[in-house]
Design a binder for this molecule. Structure first.
Ligand code: NI
Length: 154
């Protein structure tokens, strides 16, 4: 496993639409491993492939309940609303309030090519929405209704 360089806001790659994965190969498995390692080292709860410069529909998330690997993820249902306070590894030292669904259901493929569904509420719902947005070149700062200083967070 290797830690990859995290692209920061202003880098054009973060604004591109990612392509679906068509086959599971060693490159993809290495990408998944490296993304998990990079997220962990950076103390993130989620990371999307474009954040490490790869325009593929791949996301890793760990909100404290174990690692989720999502290949070609799609939101199949969403309900309710919550206001989340979000940061992003690609937007250092900034936080913002974003309106997100309270609950989402995402369908994705795992590294064995099997489809599964994740039901996310609270923080997991936020992480799923935030990371899936990255796959379409959308950053949370585009949606934030208010930005917070570091003091307001701590
Ligand atoms: Ni992010």
């Amino acid at each position: 496993m290797a830690v990859r360089n995290i692209r920061k806001i202003g880098d054009d790659i973060l604004r591109k639409k990612c392509r679906p994965i068509e086959k599971i190969d060693d490159n993809l498995l290495t990408l998944l491993d490296d993304m998990a390692e990079t997220m962990k080292i950076a103390n993130g709860v989620g990371l999307a492939a474009p954040q490490v410069g790869v325009l593929k529909r791949v996301v890793v998330i760990d909100v404290g309940d174990g690692l989720l690997e999502l290949i070609n993820p799609e939101i199949v249902n969403l309900s309710g609303t919550q206001i989340s306070c979000e940061g992003c590894l690609s937007v250092p030292d900034k936080y913002g309030e974003v309106v997100r669904p309270e609950k989402v259901v995402v369908r994705a493929m795992d590294r064995n090519g099997e489809y599964y569904e994740v039901v996310g509420q609270e923080l997991l719902a936020v992480a799923l929405c935030h990371e899936l947005d990255h796959l379409d070149g959308v950053l949370y700062v585009d949606k934030a209704q208010r930005f917070l200083s570091k003091d307001e967070i701590e």
